[in-house]
Design a protein around this ligand. Structure first.
Ligand code: IVH
Length: 721
């Protein structure tokens, strides 16, 4: 463990020289320092827990807490009544009803290096009176970077969900928790009273999606998945939470009427059997060597997990031993969190470049003095949009305390897994003399067309359409991407080169490549990096994709707001391409039966519908689509044989627990009968099938007057009872 830790001052830019080593502090200095740390940590806690907007990095926070503990250890008499070492989290905010936890929700002690782990093991052995050679098993599992939640089940039914709050009193977020798919409404073979504890989190993919949607709507951009998860769970309106894809891992418990098992691992396995998601990377380790080996394995997998973790948690496996070890004031003796090195770093912002995307969006990219962030060298990071640079969200509210970012500034970079690194903060105390405010362009840097920002749009867009080379090439890259045409041998790099050399200007040109460059004067096989075999392979790969499913084609066109899931849904509804293009023509005035039919599709809102109809109505865009489809055989979507099906064409929502079939089975069966299965209840829902423990969805159905039946009613309806 480090003896001297770095502690940021009230500005975040103290130099190392300003920090006095704990063992040389005088008593007066120590008293002042403890007061300063209590204030700083109090502010940091409030920003993190109550406002979901951290103002300092986790690493700085940990460093301050460590320094506070080190000073208190040297001067125990100076320990303050409001000492930060006695506090977990922050007092709950006023918007939610309060819940007093039956069993306190505690925090974990932290470890930062290998030595801390051997010390942890030694401490425990000493406490228990175990010899160094006596067997002692621990569990080791990822520390999920989300927010903790306690779920109370009585007689197997979810009755309450509460956040940690200050550890004793949390917030009642039951309605919101019920919208999370990983949280069962009802569980079987559970003790009469069971409080399941775990972490609510958001995956990287869902986080990126959410921020993209927020950007389009002019909503708040979240700094990282943890803030997005916290902001989504702590919504007073649970319909907002329902639209946010939250997940939950169970890893502990609170109040219990009967023990779950004899061991930590046994208890977690039991929770998994009850239907909770538990982490697959949980391992049993015999002693520090195996614990550290598992730590390194998890650290290696970190970037590919798809969600943020910030360390590994070790717990004594034997629950009787956990009981003997007990707790210190805010942390258990039997567990410790081994933190990963910070994934934040400070560096200089050298320049801001503008990238123009497929839909013309101008995105600011930070060019940074290269810096290592969590083991990866980062030299570019996103700055989101024009307002973000100014320290504002799209509604004009301040973010980062309203601090504007200048070119030349000292900025903080955040990176997690494969999430695009972002500039998270700026240190105004370190602003150099030459730093300059950034002037956002109003002319597209790629094609010189005007770049305009429509009202309510957070993004400034190039109006050049396909005359803008950046838009054209991005559209082509999207066209050949994995979920679109996915042509083997034709990736982003090749498309860029072909575009630059004038071989491909639009998607249709891909399908005439063989005619133009398969023989004659200029041939693909003679290009640098190509040969006879690779050229033939490419032509064949292109030919293979002349037969293309409807949904893939629609997604490949890259129409704004029209994603993969919506494309497939639309394809299922219209079945055949010609039927669909005819319908788009019919909806061209945003009125009438075809327009209503489009809006009636689950998952298609007005914004998407307008974008779609406009794309097909604009002459040059439609001509490009028609030139492309002339080379294609667009496969029809096979409609399930739904003759006589009572639910064909109906939108059905399953909620609560089903006892005679799994959710997946119910969904597959309903779809085979021609129904659309949706995850949320809306005015477009025709039928809700509510099992025991159904909560907010059943209530919403009742409010909207949507027909609701139980599982037996459903089976009777589809003739399977
Ligand atoms: S066990 C008695 N296991 O980390 C303590 N906590 O820094 C029980 N966390 O408050 C907590 N992943 O919110 C535990 N696998 C895991 C965890 C985990 C994340 C969080 C939890 C806790 C915080 C402590």
């Amino acid at each position: 463990m480090q003896g001297v830790v770095i502690c940021p001052g009230s500005g975040s830019g103290d130099d190392l020289d300003d920090i006095i080593a704990v063992d040389t502090l005088s008593e007066d200095q120590a008293r002042d320092e403890l007061a300063r740390l209590a204030a700083l940590l109090g502010d940091a806690n409030r920003a993190y827990h109550s406002k979901d907007a951290p103002e300092i990095s986790d690493a700085d926070y940990d460093a301050m807490k460590q320094r506070n503990a080190a000073i208190e250890a040297r001067f125990p008499a100076l320990k303050r009544d409001d000492s930060p070492s006695e506090q977990v989290g922050a007092t709950p905010s006023d918007g939610f009803a309060k819940v007093t936890h039956a069993v306190r929700m505690l925090s974990l002690g932290n470890a930062f290096d290998d030595e801390d782990i051997t010390e942890f093991d030694t401490r425990i052995r000493k406490y228990l009176g175990l010899e160094a050679a006596a067997p002692l098993t621990y569990t080791a599992e990822p520390k999920i970077d989300g927010l903790s939640l306690s779920l109370r089940y009585e007689q197997g039914i979810l009755v309450q969900a509460a956040t940690r709050g200050d550890g004793s009193v949390g917030e009642n977020v039951t309605a919101n928790a019920r919208t999370i798919d990983d949280i069962p409404e009802r569980i079987s073979e559970a003790p009469e009273v069971l409080e399941v504890r775990g972490e609510v989190y958001m995956s990287h993919a869902d986080f990126e999606d959410l921020n993209a949607r927020q950007g389009e709507r002019g909503g708040k951009i979240f700094a990282n998945p943890r803030n997005a998860a916290a902001g989504s769970l702590r919504q007073l309106d649970s319909t907002i939470t329902r639209d946010r894809p939250l997940r939950f891992f169970a890893y502990a418990w609170g109040d219990l009427s009967a023990p779950l098992a004899d061991t930590q691992k046994g208890a977690i396995d039991r929770l998994a059997k009850m239907g909770f998601s538990t982490n697959q990377l949980t391992a049993l380790c015999d002693g520090p060597n195996e614990m550290l080996a598992h730590y390194r394995e998890i650290e290696q997998k970190r970037a590919t997990l798809g969600y943020d973790i910030d360390g590994v948690v070790y717990k004594v496996n034997d629950l009787a031993l956990q009981g003997r070890l007990g707790f210190r004031s805010t942390t258990p003796r039997w567990a410790i969190a081994h933190k990963f090195p910070a994934e934040l770093a400070w560096t200089r912002l050298e320049a801001i470049d503008i990238q123009v995307g497929r839909t013309g969006a101008l995105s600011p990219v930070a060019r940074l003095t290269p810096v290592t962030v969590g083991g990866v060298v980062v030299s570019n990071a996103t700055l989101h949009n024009e307002d973000y640079i100014k320290g504002l969200d799209s509604k004009g509210n301040q973010i980062r305390g309203g601090k504007e970012i200048y070119v030349g500034d000292w900025v903080q970079v955040y990176r997690a897994g494969d999430v695009i690194p972002k500039v998270a903060d700026v240190d105004l105390a370190k602003r150099p003399d030459g730093a300059t405010p950034y002037e956002y362009p109003t002319i597209c840097p790629e094609c010189g067309s005007e770049a305009i920002r429509e009202e309510g749009d957070a993004v400034r867009r190039c109006t050049g359409g396909l005359i803008c080379p950046a838009q054209a090439v991005e559209k082509l890259k999207h066209f050949v991407s994995r979920a679109a045409f996915d042509i083997e041998g034709l990736g982003a790099k090749q498309v860029e080169q072909f575009y630059r050399d004038g071989w491909i200007a639009e998607p249709a040109d891909i399908f005439t490549l063989r005619d133009r460059y398969g023989s004659g004067m200029q041939q693909l096989k003679n290009r640098e990096g190509w040969g006879e075999k690779s050229a033939t392979n490419l032509f064949e790969a292109i030919d293979e994709k002349r037969n293309i499913p409807f949904g893939r084609l629609l997604f490949a066109l890259g129409i704004r707001h029209v994603g993969e899931a919506a494309s497939n849904m639309i394809a299922r509804v219209y079945g055949a391409w010609d039927e669909f293009t005819g319908a788009m023509d019919g909806a061209a005035d945003f009125d009438g039966a075809e327009w209503e039919r489009l809006l009636g599709i689950d998952g298609v809102g007005e914004v998407m519908a307008r974008s779609l109809v406009t794309a097909f109505a604009q002459e040059h865009e439609r001509a490009g689509i028609d030139r492309l489809t002339a080379h294609l055989n667009v496969e029809e979507v096979e409609q399930p044989d739904t003759e006589g099906s009572p639910v064909a064409g109906k939108t059905v929502v399953f909620t609560g627990s089903l006892e005679k079939m799994t959710r997946a089975e119910a969904k597959a069966r309903a779809e085979a009968l021609g129904a659309k299965v949706s995850g949320s209840v809306s005015a477009k829902t025709d039928l809700v099938v509510a099992g025991p423990g159904a909560g907010s969805k059943a209530k919403k159905a009742a409010d909207l007057g949507v027909e609701t039946i139980d599982e037996d009613g459903w089976l009777a309806l589809i003739g399977d009872a």
